[in-house]
Design a protein around this ligand. Structure first.
Ligand SMILES: Cc1cc2nc3c(=O)[nH]c(=O)nc-3n(C[C@H](O)[C@H](O)[C@H](O)COP(=O)(O)O)c2cc1C
Length: 397
């Protein structure tokens, strides 16, 4: 049951291979997925909505309204999905997707979605070879969508060439790889992840720290390791544990120690996610003995710590560098500014103004920014947020 509970929208368009979707729907259901089928008008000429409705155990959507009375909420449907699969995808729908032409229900669902999209095109060989199709596929790949190329073989026209819908096992495998619990999409990749707070000693007893629990960073490390990555996890003081054999845990205390540990490994990794809440300042003098409470006032002079993330941005060669921003005001502007200033590839913003987000909660609500994109996610458990972040990175890579 590799797709247990996964929510899949299957978008079927008007190609001869549409009939094969009956079998694919059956396989998804057998694997434990929930499937909602959306068809273009043209697709309904090729395969029966009644059959697909029976097999998917759900109604099939073909338009914005049922009997001109009830609106099929395309936004709600799009946000429900964990994945949209467009199969078979016609040359016509590919073009609409590439250019954002929203003239039917399927396109409205596709354009409202925030989940991963996989496209399996199918058409006659000359259509498939047309430069417009190649260009549109390239554009869709740049949008971060997964493309399952059409295969060589006998086509419905009687011609032989590339254009045949990929085998159903290949399509199923791509969906499973994207959604399944057993996917290993980071196999062979090395991650450096930081987690937790740092403690800046004032004297042997006291320190300046923050409320970070380390859970977000540990969840990221666990998720990356589960998906096949080798993870170096550098954590400040945290009660979290990392028991995965793919995770090597290095515990540090201060920002300076974290700095030194990070740069032991930075040049050897493919992806670096800096989720630790590192202290910006540290006491200039760390008293050797416990400070006595003789005075009515005590001043501690602080000096700036080295900026780990900025240095990583400056020294970046091949790494995909991800920063975190925890803001309390002008959140989006500050996060985007940090992305640019520190030469990051991606930044994950959490706002302390959102209930349930940030430090010491089991949940988080994040927005991800790249130079060109912005994606806001709902309030979720930190495990799910870790999955969203890694899905986003996987698409970017
Ligand atoms: C018998 C027949 C088979 C077709 N097969 C394909 C096909 O495999 N791929 C394709 O891109 N278009 C195919 N077309 C053309 C599409 O149906 C047509 O471009 C239609 O407008 C697609 O609409 P849709 O993208 O909204 O589903 C076929 C048309 C007919 C009549």
């Amino acid at each position: 049951m590799g797709l247990q509970g996964k929510k899949i929208i299957l978008g079927i368009t008007g190609g001869i291979a549409a009939y094969k979707m009956n079998y694919l729907v059956r396989d998804f259901i057998k694997a434990g997925a929930e499937v909602r089928v959306v068809m273009t008008q043209s697709a309904t000429d090729f395969v029966s909505p009644l059959t697909l409705s029976t097999l998917s155990k759900n109604k099939v959507y073909t338009d914005f309204y049922d009997d001109q009375k009830t609106w099929n909420n395309h936004v709600e449907l799009a946000l429900w999905a964990d994945l949209i699969l467009m199969a078979p995808c016609t040359a016509n729908t590919l073009a609409k997707m590439a250019y954002g032409l929203c003239d039917n229900f399927l396109m409205a669902v596709y354009m409202s979605a925030k989940c991963p999209v996989i496209i399996a095109p199918a058409m006659d060989l000359d259509m498939y070879m047309h430069p417009a199709v190649s260009k549109n596929l390239k554009t869709l790949e740049e949008y971060g969508h997964g493309i399952i190329p059409a295969e060589f073989g006998e086509l419905a026209s009687g011609l032989v060439g590339q254009g045949r819908l990929a085998e159903l096992e290949t399509i199923f495998g791509a969906v499973e790889n994207q959604l399944g619990e057993n996917r290993l999409d980071f196999l062979g990749k090395k991650f450096l992840i930081t987690a937790g707070p740092t403690y800046e000693n004032i004297d042997p007893v006291r320190f300046i720290g923050n409320h970070s629990s380390g859970k977000m960073g540990f969840d990221l490390a666990r998720e990356a390791a589960r998906r096949g990555a080798e993870v170096i996890l550098i954590s400040g003081p945290s009660s979290q544990k990392a028991e995965d054999k793919n995770i090597t845990l290095h515990r540090v205390t201060s920002a300076q120690e974290m700095y030194e540990e990070v740069f032991k490994f930075y040049d050897k990794v493919d992806i670096a996610i800096m989720s630790a809440a590192v202290a910006d300042y540290t006491p200039k003098v760390k008293a050797a003995e416990k400070i006595k409470k003789d005075e009515s006032e005590l001043s501690i002079e602080l000096i700036k710590n080295k900026d780990i993330l900025r240095t990583m941005g400056e020294q970046k060669t091949h790494q995909f560098l991800v920063g975190f921003a925890l803001e309390t005001q002008n959140e989006a502007e500050n996060a985007k500014e940090k992305l640019k200033k520190k030469n990051l590839d991606m930044i994950v913003l959490n706002s302390l103004r959102d209930a349930g987000a940030g430090f010491a909660n089991a949940t988080n609500k994040v927005t991800i920014f790249t130079q060109t994109e912005e994606h806001s996610f709902a309030l979720k458990s930190k495990e799910e947020v870790a999955r969203d972040i890694l899905d986003f990175i996987a698409r970017k890579l």
